[in-house]
Every structure is written in structure tokens, then in C-alpha cells.
Design a protein around this ligand. Structure first.
Ligand code: ATR
Length: 277
């Protein structure tokens, strides 16, 4: 049997997903392919129509279709429904079911190098409240972390994340200025905005004067690999966690959804970094 996988989005010409997933297919000892289906907004129905007629086993869906695809699904995973976004679709028995692997993929990328970092006593600060932050917030809360605060430029958008909360987690909403003052309280700081991304590599979302050396500073931006925020944190002796690992682990989870295989992909983190440099 030959596995047929792919990616829909725009623009996706530089996507590393084909490289990642063809490596996974080899690692799993399977045969198959991972193709790019470049679309534009006006043509989404045609692209979907085309895919529905193809013997495709599963595909990823990225910007700008992560929300609109929900309308074309037969089923949706509960978490993806709550998040209102899908990035992975499995085709089974003629039906399409959608999942979101970003948040859990992020958590996997963090837990792999730091297995004890996320527990009920961990204190987390999330910077940003966009689509990526929503998935990450929910996945961290689901790990049983009791304190997850959110700082964002627009406080309204941060408030909207509160509906994703489960269990007994407490969340304070704050400005970046307030976050800077409280920085010493956190064990983990997760940067999810686009600030610091190429070409604006000199931008840094918050100042780190009150950062403790024991804190892990994580940035999901992976272009550049080491953002100004991460470099600053490193210079202050803190622990840093790079964003490209999230790319790999959200793909690992997607591959698991498609094939049932949970691959050990840790050795690919450095290879992926080389590809991105
Ligand atoms: P994504 O899906 O990648 O998370 P998004 O949904 O557009 O993208 O979210 C972008 C996030 O980056 C938001 O938190 C946004 O802040 P607002 O909610 O206030 O818009 C944040 N962001 C983007 N540019 C920013 C900037 N220049 N300064 C501060 N925050 C910024």
C-alpha cells in the first residue's frame, strides 16, 4: 500500500512539510508520497472537490484555510472544534475528519527535552493571543498546569482565550508592560506573536530585566532560528527553546493520526535546524 498525503495552503512553495513527512514515511518503513496542493482563496471549493475525488489518505491544511476548511468536514475532533481551526485531516471510510495538532505538537516539542517542565506547579506566561496561542494555551492547560497568564497587545483578544480553559487553571490577562514587571514569577515564557520574525529580526516583544536564570524562554518563531528575544534570554543565562521543534512535533502528531505510528523524531530536530539556516 502506498500512503498518499499532502498539504493545502497558500503560499506553500517553501514548506518543509514534504521533507519532514517523506522522512517520516521512510522511518515508519512505509511507501508513499506527500504532495503540495497550492491553492488560492477563490479556488478552495475546486481544490476540495479535486481532493475529495482522489484516493488521498490524509492531508495538512495551513494558512489561509485553517478555519474555512471546517465547513467541508464530515467530522471534527472535539479540541479542533473548540479551537475553531483544523490543520490535519484524515480520510477514512470516505469521510474527512479534522484535527488540530499545533498545540499538542508544541507541548510535545517542549516535553521531549524537558520532561518535567509542565506540571500543576509550573507557572506559565503566554505572550500573544492569536491562532497559534489558542492551541498552545489549551494544550498547556490540558497538561494540568494551574497558572497560565496571557499578555497581549489587545486585551480583548487575550480575554477570548479564557473560554478555552478547562479544570482549575487560573489566568490573568495583562499588558506587555505588566508582564515585564512580573517576569520573575514564571518557570516558562512562551512567545507566540510574529514579533522578531524575519525580516524584522531586531524586534523584541518584551524586555527581560526581571528574568530568572531558571526560566525556560520559548519562541515559536523559527525564522530566524534564534530570535532577538531568545538571544537576550540566553545572554542572561536563562534556558532557551527554539520554535522549529514545534514544526516537527505537530507533524509527528499528524503522522500518528494518519498511520497510528508514533515515531521517535528527536534526531530530526538538528537536521531541520540545518535546513532552515
Ligand atoms: P497566528 O495564527 O500566527 O498566531 P494571528 O492569529 O494573526 O497569527 O496572531 C498574531 C498575534 O501576534 C496576536 O497576538 C497579535 O496581537 P493582537 O492580538 O494585539 O493583534 C500579535 N502581534 C502581531 N504583531 C504584533 C506587534 N507588532 N506587536 C505586538 N503584538 C503583535
Amino acid at each position: 500500500m502506498s500512503l498518499k498525503l499532502g498539504l493545502i495552503g497558500h503560499p506553500i512553495g517553501h514548506s518543509l512539510s514534504p521533507w519532514i513527512h517523506t522522512n517520516f514515511i521512510d522511518l515508519a518503513g512505509l511507501n508513499g508520497e506527500y504532495k503540495l496542493y497550492e491553492g488560492d482563496h477563490t479556488k478552495l471549493p475546486e481544490v476540495i472537490q479535486h481532493l475529495k475525488q482522489m484516493p488521498i489518505d490524509g492531508f495538512n491544511i495551513t494558512v489561509p484555510y485553517k478555519q474555512v476548511i471546517v465547513d467541508y468536514l464530515d467530522e471534527i475532533d472535539k479540541d479542533a472544534e473548540i479551537l475553531g481551526a483544523v490543520n490535519t485531516i484524515v480520510h477514512q471510510n470516505g469521510k474527512w475528519k479534522g484535527y488540530s495538532t499545533d498545540g499538542e505538537g508544541y507541548v510535545r516539542s517542549l516535553v521531549e527535552p524537558y520532561p518535567n517542565l509542565l506540571n500543576k506547579d509550573t507557572s506559565v506566561l503566554l505572550l500573544g493571543a492569536g491562532g497559534a496561542a489558542r492551541g498552545i494555551y489549551r494544550a498547556i492547560v490540558q497538561k494540568g498546569v494551574k497558572k497560565v497568564d496571557i499578555a497581549n497587545r489587545s486585551l480583548d483578544k487575550a480575554e477570548a482565550l479564557l473560554s478555552l480553559k478547562t479544570g482549575t487553571t487560573t489566568t490573568r490577562i495583562m499588558s506587555f508592560q505588566e508582564a515585564e514587571q512580573h517576569l520573575g514569577e514564571y518557570d516558562l515564557i512562551v512567545q507566540t506573536t510574529s514579533v522578531g520574525m524575519k525580516p524584522n529580526v531586531e524586534d523584541q516583544i518584551i524586555q527581560l530585566h526581571h528574568l530568572r536564570k531558571e526560566t525556560v524562554v520559548s519562541d515559536i518563531v523559527y525564522q530566524p532560528i534564534t530570535t532577538k528575544l531568545l538571544q537576550d534570554a540566553k545572554n542572561r543565562g536563562a534556558i532557551i527553546h527554539h520554535g522549529h521543534a514545534m514544526l516537527l512535533y505537530q507533524a509527528q502528531l499528524a503522522f500518528e493520526i494518519w498511520t497510528g505510528k508514533n515515531l521517535d523524531v528527536a534526531h530530526m530536530v538538528n537536521e531541520l535546524e540545518q535546513k532552515l539556516r
